[in-house]
Design a protein around this ligand. Structure first.
Ligand SMILES: *Cc1c(COP(=O)(O)O)cnc(C)c1O
Length: 233
């Protein structure tokens, strides 16, 4: 077995045990393999080991990989910061966008989604408390944003996404994820119908699953350490 295949198996087992510990079924939690900074061959290896959903953070880096791997029928998710001038590529090449944090971006994606493609599956990124990143809508803006985005054509609003500040303290990890879950429940109470909580990465996915994550986004635990800064544009 290759390293990637055995890492994948270990991650799947860890997801299953976290789900079991939370009284949840493992198939309520989808594994999204975050392949940013890793080459197409690494993605092929993970695909050969059964992984079908992959995520990228930088449009420029993703496009050649998507092209090189188009024989595989991968489901591509976009999870990086979205600039207005990159929306067309996202609308044309991805199945999901997790990192939409303002109306203008959602409107551009709706306009630019090609006719004949299924609707783009969308999560709103929320900047929950304690985050140092500038990405994400403020929690008190989420309801209004969600109501407006839910009416746009060519998109399906699936739920919420967050990238809490890294924290080794499990109680603090859980508190951040619980805040996203509360916002998600609030949207349900307002007549929206979100089914996706995209939260949890290599170092905190057990906490995210305990708080209801339905998609975990895992990179380094599958592919190894990234050897250039993930902030690289
Ligand atoms: C890089 C990245 C991940 C994966 O992080 P790991 O710690 O390598 O698992 C998940 N989500 C987002 C938004 C990312 O940018």
């Amino acid at each position: 077995m290759t390293t990637i295949a055995s890492n994948l198996q270990a991650v799947r087992e860890a997801i299953a045990s976290s789900a079991a510990a939370a009284g949840r079924s493992a198939d309520e939690v989808a594994l999204l393999a975050v392949s940013k900074t890793f080459p197409a061959e690494a993605i092929r290896e993970a695909f050969a080991a059964g992984q079908r959903r992959f995520a990228e953070s930088y449009v420029q880096e993703a496009l050649p990989k998507i092209e090189a791997l188009k024989d595989l029928g991968i489901e591509w998710h976009f999870i990086g910061p979205i600039q207005g001038n990159k929306t067309r590529h996202i609308a044309e090449h991805f199945a999901w966008a997790h990192s939409v944090d303002r109306l203008k971006i959602a409107e551009r994606l709706a306009d630019q989604r090609p006719a004949g493609m299924p609707p783009l599956q969308l999560c709103l990124q929320v900047n929950i408390s304690g985050e140092n990143s500038k990405s994400g809508a403020a929690p008190d803006e989420v309801l209004e944003l969600a109501k407006t985005v839910a009416k746009l054509p060519n998109l399906v609003l699936r739920g919420l996404m967050a990238v809490p500040a890294p924290n080794v303290d499990v109680a603090l990890q859980r508190a951040a994820f619980a805040e996203l879950r509360r916002l998600h429940e609030m949207l349900k109470g307002e007549g929206l119908n979100p089914d996706t909580l995209s939260m949890g990465m290599s170092d905190d996915f057990a906490s995210a699953i305990a708080e209801g994550a339905t998609i975990v986004r895992i990179g380094s635990a599958i592919f190894g350490r990234r050897n250039y800064s993930e902030r690289k544009p």
